[in-house]
Write a protein that binds this ligand. Structure first.
Ligand SMILES: Cc1cc2nc3c(=O)[nH]c(=O)nc-3n(C[C@H](O)[C@H](O)[C@H](O)COP(=O)(O)OP(=O)(O)OC[C@H]3O[C@@H](n4cnc5c(N)ncnc54)[C@H](O)[C@@H]3O)c2cc1C
Length: 771
């Protein structure tokens, strides 16, 4: 079209008379953004989150995503070395007696290249896909969280990942083979005492200067730092260090303030102090502080070489965009599946008031939540791994996964603790819950603490990154060339207005018709769920636009509103994961209660968050208008029915293919004599459920003692034997540990007892012997 055509003059009229004033207002309203904020925002890419933000998701894209699968080599590793490693791990001894993994486990981890799972084969690593990496972490964590963290960290955000993406050829050739075979143990130091969540505010510094290195004078950096909480730090041979680089004498010829930089420093470099340990929640993976005082390093210690000085934050944010989607979500999904298996089995074998506790409605409620959560979180994990396998780096989705997987694990761990009662509280080798319970806050805190991620990141980043127009508008506003900026803004802004109007009518129509006519693919019984998601996506896109319009940059400070928007976006994503799982597993009817539970709980959360947003949006006129359109009758908040809760709990109360599908690939010992408490529980569960027909016969005859039932001919002698074996197995499960006083208390060992204490002990010992 020629510049003088009528359409072109209309658009220049629009630009000059309509867009320009809006552009000026937007320019003033847009909050200043630091470089680190911008780099964090721009890291990674947009995927399904972008679709959900359009208000009209294209479901064929979700359904076309190739499910994450393992290669035969990865499968063999999972059932070979991973099982072998798991068999070596005794979580109680690791945490309470040795305070470390046993030396043979360390050697095995190195020998089998667990530290090199993500390192490409050409450098001697295993070259595993993100899904394989996730499955390994998942299985190991069901045996020992300390071991899982040890394996996870070198494959997560750290030197390996940074070298693969940004290292120079020489750095990769030198370090990657050594990291892959465990000759080097890496750690990554970002957090310092003053800079936790706000990691970019670190004071750790590197000054560009000349210094002596291997007998020659070279250009390098003099570093000073204090880091803490660094996982694997105490045993690391190479430290990835983030610091701020300065060049006061302009030796590099540019700015004096160069920005966050990342270098690899061998821990035996003079001036490095490392080795002390923290004790994080009694999980004894190696973790500790480190310091450097006037440590001189040459410039080629910087990852990517001197040209990458100042690029550290961008590098870290890019690595985080993928890494956050794997490690902690895998650990949490494993936790939820492990709990579904153990809490379900325990509720089935533990009887009170003459019946299994799992049959009480009060216990069915948490059991259903556990089963639903296990289904949901693992569905979302698999979906995220599928995207990562395709080479995507969905930053917002990774944040959602980290936050919600760990948060939901916290909920089901608490549920499981309640279900187990004293059995999970009394610590000792027979307690299979306590360690996971103590580990929960670690997952909540690391890789972006959850409160911050929920209130600031998910929607804060999502609204800009995943929104179809927001980032382009912001870039246009920030363009130093105002004429070009206005031109770009004019093009994007009006598309945005059109999009907002389409969503307004879409959201209104779908809400008033209860989503009956909202788009959905043919998905059998799950089709109505897609309709509801389409409806909520439209309402979400509309409300998000209105909040951005009325609050502008102030939305950043309105963390509670931002968190609720983030919750809706997260819920939409997680529910997509559940739907995809249902589809990929071949629409299993027996699993339908689990899917339905996830959907109905998720819809309840979404409706509640909409109501909370509309109740708190500062512009009341807009809030009432939105309420009229999307919730004219208020928020319907039924959630799953009692009947559905009952059916969902049943899935984990009885042995079935559905139960096995819900809890695949957890570590299970092949040793039938294994006195591991989970193996004992599985055995009791099998025996109790297999003897159910016998139990029913006894109940029908109002008998409780199997011996009497045999005597009266109600059951056969062999039935009696089955019941006896089941009772014996249950008694072992219900047992908890006790310890001699001197085994628990060092004070007891070193100080003589008072006479009264000694008397009490003797009395207890003799009464025990008698009983
Ligand atoms: C066991 C463990 C292992 C770790 N491993 C490593 C490692 O290997 N390498 C490494 O560099 N670091 C590591 N960390 C550090 C971890 O990433 C930090 O602990 C985390 O970033 C939080 O920092 P903080 O603990 O100082 O909490 P703070 O930053 O003090 O935060 C305290 C609370 O305030 C909240 N908060 C902060 N800002 C906001 C905001 N704007 N809005 C709302 N809420 C906010 C947080 O969410 C949190 O709930 C590890 C930590 C632990 C505990």
């Amino acid at each position: 079209m020629s510049p003088s055509s009528p359409a072109s003059s209309t658009s220049s009229w629009r630009r000059d008379f309509l867009t320009r004033p809006i552009f000026s207002i937007a320019k003033k309203a847009m909050p200043a953004m630091s470089d680190t904020e911008r780099e964090a925002l721009e890291a990674g890419d947009v995927w399904l989150d972008g679709d959900l933000f359009t208000g009209n998701p294209d479901w064929s894209k979700l359904l076309a995503t190739k499910p994450a699968t393992l290669t035969s080599e990865e499968e063999a590793f999972l059932h070979g070395p991973v099982d072998e490693l798991c068999a070596m791990l005794d979580d109680w001894k690791i945490n309470w007696e040795w305070r470390d993994l046993p030396p043979e486990a360390w050697a095995f981890i190195r020998q089998h290249r667990f530290f090199g799972m993500i390192i490409p084969k050409e450098f001697g690593g295993l070259g595993f896909s993100p899904f394989a990496h996730s499955e390994v972490v998942r299985k190991v964590s069901t045996r020992s969280v300390a071991a899982a963290v040890t394996v996870m960290v070198p494959n997560s955000l750290g030197p390996g990942e940074l070298l693969i993406r940004f290292g120079t050829k020489e750095q990769r050739e030198h370090w990657l083979p050594r990291l892959a075979d465990g000759r080097e143990i890496p750690c990554f130091g970002l957090t310092s005492p003053e800079a936790g969540s706000d990691a970019a505010s670190m004071v750790d510094s590197g000054i560009v200067c000349k210094g002596e290195f291997e007998g020659r004078e070279v250009l390098g950096l003099k570093l000073n730092w204090h880091k803490r909480y660094i996982t694997l730090g105490p045993v690391a041979t190479v430290l990835g260090l983030a610091f701020k680089a300065y060049d006061p004498d302009r030796l590099l010829g540019g700015e004096t303030d160069l920005g966050i930089t990342v270098a690899l420093i061998p821990t035996n470099t003079p001036g490095v102090e490392i080795g002390h340990r923290h004790l994080p929640s009694m999980q004894v993976f190696q973790n500790g502080p480190n310091w450097g005082r006037d440590v001189f390093i040459p410039l080629d210690y910087i990852i990517g070489g001197a040209q990458m000085v100042g690029q550290g934050w961008k590098m870290l944010m890019t690595a985080l965009a993928a890494g956050r989607g794997i490690s902690l979500p895998s650990l949490s999904a494993a936790g939820a599946a492990y709990i579904a298996r153990t809490a379900g089995a325990y509720s089935r074998v533990r009887e009170q008031f003459g019946i299994p506790i799992g049959k009480f409605e009060g216990i069915e409620d948490p059991l259903a939540r556990i089963a639903g959560t296990a289904y949901l979180v693992d569905g979302a994990r698999r979906l995220t791994c599928a995207a990562l396998n395709e080479g995507r780096h969905p930053a917002v989705v990774s944040g959602i996964m980290k936050l919600h997987a760990t948060e939901r694990m916290r909920t089901v761990v608490n549920d499981s603790m309640d279900i187990h009662g004293g059995k999970a509280i009394i610590d000792g080798p027979q307690n299979y819950m306590g360690s996971l319970y103590r580990a929960v806050p670690i997952g909540i805190t690391v890789e972006g603490a959850n409160i911050l991620t929920r209130n600031l990141i998910v929607f804060g980043q999502g609204a800009i990154r995943a929104h179809p127009y927001m980032l382009d508008e912001m870039n246009a506003i920030a363009d130093p060339d105002e004429t070009r900026g206005l031109q770009k803004f004019d093009q994007t802004f009006w598309k945005h207005v059109g999009h907002a109007f389409r969503n307004l009518f879409r959201a209104w129509g779908h809400s008033w018709s209860g989503g009956l006519f909202a788009p959905a693919p043919e998905a059998g019984d799950a089709t109505p769920f897609y309709r509801q998601l389409s409806r909520f996506s439209a309402a979400f896109a509309l409300c998000a636009d209105m909040a951005l319009l009325t609050l502008g940059g102030a939305l950043k400070r309105k963390e509670m509103l931002s968190a609720r928007f983030g919750d809706i976006l997260s819920e939409l994503y997680l529910l997509c994961g559940a739907l995809k799982r249902w589809e990929d597993e071949g629409r299993q009817q027996a699993d339908f209660p689990l899917l339905q539970y996830c959907m109905e709980s998720g819809f309840k959360t979404i409706q509640t968050r909409f109501a909370e947003i509309l109740g708190n949006l500062p512009n009341r006129f807009v809030a009432y208008a939105l309420k009229f359109m999307i919730q004219p009758l208020g928020a319907p908040v039924h959630g799953p029915s009692d009947e559905l809760v009952h059916r969902c709990a049943q899935v984990i109360l009885e042995p079935s293919a559905a139960r096995d599908r819900l809890t695949p690939n957890l570590y299970r010992s092949n040793d039938s004599n294994d006195d591991n408490p989970v193996a004992r529980l599985e055995k009791a569960f099998e025996l109790v459920t297999a003897a159910e027909d016998v139990t029913k016969k006894m109940h029908a005859a109002h008998l409780h003692d199997w011996r009497e039932a045999v005597q009266k001919g109600v059951i056969t002698a062999s039935d009696g034997d089955r019941l006896a074996a089941a009772h014996e197995a249950v008694a072992k499960v219900v047992e908890v540990d006790d310890f001699a006083p001197e085994a628990l208390s060092p004070i007891f060992k070193h100080h003589p007892l008072t006479q009264t204490q000694q008397d009490m002990q003797t009395k207890t010992a003799s009464s025990r012997a008698a009983s």
